[in-house]
Design a binder for this molecule. Structure first.
Ligand code: IVH
Length: 685
């Protein structure tokens, strides 16, 4: 092979590598657009990764061919010492704001006056993204620079960071691209990405972001672009800056066509940018968008109206820093800052105790807010909200206002930390928080007025005292007018009192009265269930009734006793004991009885002493005739406690075939070992 041939072969190999690189880039960029811009993935993630790695490998072999528009350049690079300043070729202006229909009418009047037109104007309407404005500069179709708005004249060079935003094309799509094109739009973070980011931040013990806008700003203004690459930022285009003269596409047309052209270059644009006529069309769009606001995947803070005809735009021109041809019509703000005057707790109907921030009044989303929920003690700690702090309050849609975060920089020296009280402010009962639960609860049950209504509804329900016709509305009314303070008050009601309630005809008052009287005859299980002891459902109530036979016995059972009852674990036992420990609950029972509530005590299977009474027994190995469960049931009936492991406290080990370590242990400890036959004999003795 001649030297010449050799060179041309190497050259050929390189040429094919070069071609392959170009092909891979084009392919990857197209898949990227399909995925991030059009929301229509064209290949699987694995296939994308394979192409991506092939390109990375080729670029490693030929570093000189790495270009700015290569998809491999989206991963971020070494941290910058600071951002360079960028002077905008065309200033980035801002929009004037309108907050009322009147201001929109005035804007439209100015537009028509400026154009000397009386007929309705054609406006392009868009959402107002709540993010950060950015200018993207493309030369020969390649992204060469990205800059923040800054003061409108000069911004910061955030090119390395912007490259990591997948929905921004590194190279314009299509054949005909202007020599210079600056695209303007908004960088933002979708709400789901924001939640995810804050979750990760929390897990890492790092600072939380107040809202998607702050998160987007914080991520875009990262000196380390590798961090930006990890954050999910989105971009939407809504305009242009400098465009080279030769670019015919952008002259003498409409705004909607500019946007369509941007879409064609591979930029995400939002909505079909409808065009409307006159003020009526604008207001209709405003209202429609306001209703759809919560359903969008990102935050918006209003809508933007732009005169659609670009020639008309030129005629109208600018006044100071804003175009005369556009205006932002803002929604009422969803977030405002204010100060925390106090943190109180509120007791909900299920006893949940919620910390609530009392705020210096502030208007949020058109409503004056003075209280905001802090959810639970963990949330207060996580958000580190203190009394005296300046906080951000958010009110979205119909949800209750919440404290988003505190602004630590503004914390006064005398700010106080919130401590969850240990007694209920409504009724004085203890407040408890179970292990693993975020919520603290008032243990007052029906004594607590906050819980009374709920308790009464439960008390009267079908499976409890079964008071027919005593519905939720009626109960609420009775509590609200002060007729009822504890469940026993139900049995003190007269027909006259009932008839005095709203929407109560004499006939229905009599019916309710009769139902209350009829409920006096009940069962022990129903009564226990009706009391609404936490964790004591219908089944547990029945078991307790069956086990103890009388209410006195249930009330006197201590933790150890309760533990031996089927299905009663430590949590339930604790809850039962705490309930009776409250003298007010005992009073309720006393009054119920005095007022004529009665039930038959349950016949408790008389305890006949057997050789197994109160003995601890362990079963091991395979018994010749009895199954494990059968043997267990027989032993329990005979008063034994069947345990799972052998200890010094074991009285008998009942061993069958292939008994293993338990038998050995019993022998070691000198525990009596018997077989099935012996066991049956003892049972029958
Ligand atoms: S057009 C001449 N359209 O609002 C100004 N701006 O106050 C052209 N913004 O800095 C801006 N959504 O950050 C335009 N659909 C939209 C917008 C929008 C959000 C922001 C942008 C700008 C600010 C103007």
């Amino acid at each position: 092979m001649s030297q010449h041939d050799l060179f041309s072969q190497i050259d050929l190999a390189h040429r094919t590598d070069e071609q392959r690189i170009a092909q891979l880039r084009a392919e990857l960029n197209a898949h990227n657009t399909a995925y991030y811009v059009n929301d229509a993935p064209s290949i699987t993630d694995a296939e994308y990764d394979a192409l991506f790695r092939e390109l990375q490998a080729l670029e490693q072999q030929h570093p000189k061919w790495i270009t700015l528009d290569s998809p491999t350049q989206r991963v971020g690079g070494a941290p910058l010492p600071q951002f360079d300043k960028v002077r905008h070729a065309v200033p980035m202006l801002s929009l004037a704001n309108a907050f009322s229909v009147g201001e929109v009418q005035a804007f439209d009047a100015r537009v028509r006056e400026g154009l000397g037109l009386v007929n309705p104007i054609e406006y392009a309407v868009e959402v107002k993204f709540d993010g950060l404005a950015i200018n993207l500069r493309y030369e020969q179709g390649v992204l060469v620079q990205a800059a923040t708005r800054g003061d409108g004249e000069t911004g910061e060079d955030v090119t390395a960071n912007v490259r990591t935003i997948r929905s921004i094309p590194l190279r314009l799509l299509g054949e005909q691209v202007p020599e210079v094109l600056e695209v303007r739009g908004e960088v933002l973070m979708k709400r789901a990405d924001f939640e995810h980011l804050n979750q990760t931040q929390m897990e890492k013990g790092e600072k939380l972001f107040a809202n998607p806008r702050n998160a987007a700003a914080g991520s875009l203004r990262q000196l380390d672009s590798r961090i930006t690459a990890l954050r999910q930022l989105s971009f939407f285009a809504y305009g242009v800056g400098e465009v080279s003269d030769s670019a015919q596409v952008f002259s003498q047309i409409s705004f909607t066509r500019v946007v369509a052209q941007l879409r064609g270059y591979g930029f995400p644009v939002f909505t079909a940018n409808p065009v409307v006529k006159g003020v009526d069309g604008l207001i209709e769009f405003y209202e429609q968008t306001g209703r759809a606001r919560e359903t969008l995947p990102f935050d918006i803070d209003g809508v933007v109206y732009k005169v659609n005809d670009t020639t008309q735009q030129e005629i109208l021109g600018f006044v100071s820093r804003s175009p005369r041809w556009a205006i932002a019509h803002k929604f009422p703000a969803q977030e405002m800052s204010t100060t925390v005057l106090e943190i109180d707790v509120q007791v909900g109907r299920t006893g949940a105790v919620t910390p609530v921030a009392r705020l210096a009044p502030v208007e949020v989303g058109g409503v004056v807010v003075t209280n905001a929920t802090l959810h639970n003690a963990d949330e207060v700690a996580r958000k580190d909200v203190r009394i005296g702090d300046t906080v951000i309050v958010r009110r979205a849609g119909d949800v209750i206002p919440e404290v988003v975060m505190s602004i630590v920089e503004k914390r006064p020296l005398d700010a106080r930390v919130f401590v969850m009280p240990n007694v209920c402010p409504e009724c004085g009962s203890s407040i408890e928080r179970e292990d693993g639960e975020a919520v603290s609860r008032c243990t007052g049950g029906m004594i607590c007025p906050a819980q009374l209504k709920q308790s009464l509804m439960h008390f009267a329900s079908r499976k409890a005292m079964n008071i027919d016709g005593l519905g939720d509305k009626l109960i609420e009314q009775m509590v609200d007018v002060g007729l009822i303070k504890t469940p026993d008050d139900l049995y003190r009601l007269s027909t006259a009192q009932l008839a005095g309630l709203e929407r109560m005809a004499e006939k229905s008052a009599q019916n309710v009265y009769d139902a209350i009287q009829a409920s006096k005859s009940t069962t022990l299980a129903r009564l226990i269930y009706a009391l609404g002891i936490r964790h004591v459902g219908e089944a547990t109530a029945k078991t307790l009734a069956k086990t103890y036979g009388t209410l006195d016995a249930v009330m006197n059972a201590n933790l150890d006793d309760l533990h031996t009852v089927d299905d009663v674990g430590p949590v339930v036992a604790h809850s039962i004991v705490t309930f009776w420990a409250d003298a007010r609950h005992q009073d309720v029972i006393k009054h119920l009885v005095e007022l004529g509530v009665y039930w038959d005590d349950v016949a408790v299977a008389e305890k006949i002493a057997t050789p197994f009474t109160d003995k601890t027994v362990v079963l091991t190995g395979t018994l010749p005739t009895l199954g494990r469960e059968e043997a267990k049931a027989l032993l329990e009936q005979a008063g034994a406690k069947v345990a799972g492991s052998v200890s010094k406290k074991t009285d008998y080990v009942i061993a069958g075939a292939e008994a293993g370590s338990k038998l050995e242990k019993a022998q070691q400890l000198g525990v009596a070992v018997i077989d099935e036959a012996q066991m049956l004999a003892m049972l029958n003795s």
